[in-house]
Design a protein around this ligand. Sequence first.
Ligand code: AMP
Ligand code: GLY
Length: 421
Amino acid sequence: MTQQTPLTVLVIGPGGREHALARALSQDPGVAAVYVAPGNPGTAEVATNHSVDANDPAAVAALAGRLGVDLVVVGPEAPLVAGVADAVREAGIACFGPSKEAARIEGSKAFAKEVMVAAGVPTGGSLLCRTPEELDDALDRFGSPYVVKDDGLAAGKGVLVTEDRGAAVDHGRACGEVVVEEFLAGPEVSLFAITDGTTVLPLQPAQDFKRIGDGDTGPNTGGMGAYTPLPWVSADLVDTVVSTIIQPTVDELRDRGTPFVGLLYAGLAITEDGPKVIEFNARFGDPETQALLPLLATGLGGVLYAAATGHLAEIGPLQWNPGFSVAVVLAAENYPQMPVVGGVITGIEQVADGAHVIQAGTSTDDEGQLVASGGRVLAVVATGEDLTEARNAAYASLAGIDLPQSQHRLDIAQQAASEEN
Ligand code: AMP
Ligand code: GLY
């Protein structure tokens, strides 16, 4: 075995994904202590918070050394792209999260496309545009609907998909360097895989709801809800995605001398020609992670430690509890533009059976009240025997939570639940 004694783990990041990770780690009998930095009031309930600038590699490595942890788990993309995982590993501490170089799979859309082409991974055609003329040519070539992406980190918000040529041109010019892509038609699936750079362990598929409004309307967000597993995908989807997409990408990055250690997130369109990559992310997705982790039966700490230390082949396939899980995000009014922050949150203690609250953009004010401090404020997560039960428990719990000037989608997992018999 890779680790005999209970692990101590430091989770880096401020939000909902980190709360979900810390909660699952705190419930793993193989984990003795969980720290989160900087965390939020939710993580403080399941772990010990420490303050840190999550994007400062030296500061994170120093904190991990001071705490004497066995493992650091980096949550968000920005610290990875800033080189936090490199600094932690250089300090001799195991780290779950890719190096700065490998994290470019998320940090640069152009790099991701180059890797996919080299590895023969199915994805849409794309062109990197640096001038207005190149932008016009690319829009002509791929046609409507136009897909125009900022070539950098944009927290899921730098992407415009539109049939309006003028809007596509405006977005492209505002971004500077942009990637214009072929539109991939088909339902979207998020498939996460844990890897030590060689061995790949897939999680079960999840679906995320990216648009702000019901019926997939309005602007893209970081994600307004998620559910898992997906009753409508074919039984061989995971195997197909691992063999045609995840494993070739992991192999390509290793062959380039930049092995990917951490979580590789494939955002997929299930097209008529099979699954194709819309995007890669270099970390656990948010809010899919909130929905996934309550169903994971395998201890999370041991899996992440095995990946971080190159021993993932010694861990068998991940085990899952039966049933379904739904996460519904409560966002501040006016998210994703200029969210209204400062509102007092009440009622999170009284959730339905099988439900719990994961905090994201929350903080405690001078009077000790829980207040909204970010765009996505919290998620209600519920499990059930089927999607209908999980959804009902999530929405019943959300109804008891009050945050003035907030918004949430009413249709998370609705279509899939309606197809259940
Ligand atoms: P991304 O940040 O790349 O995941 O893009 C955000 C969302 O835009 C995706 O979840 C899709 O809904 C949509 N999108 C991005 N690229 C494409 C594409 N090539 N074809 C169709 N939809 C896309
Ligand atoms: N759920 C989308 C993301 O994490 O980017």
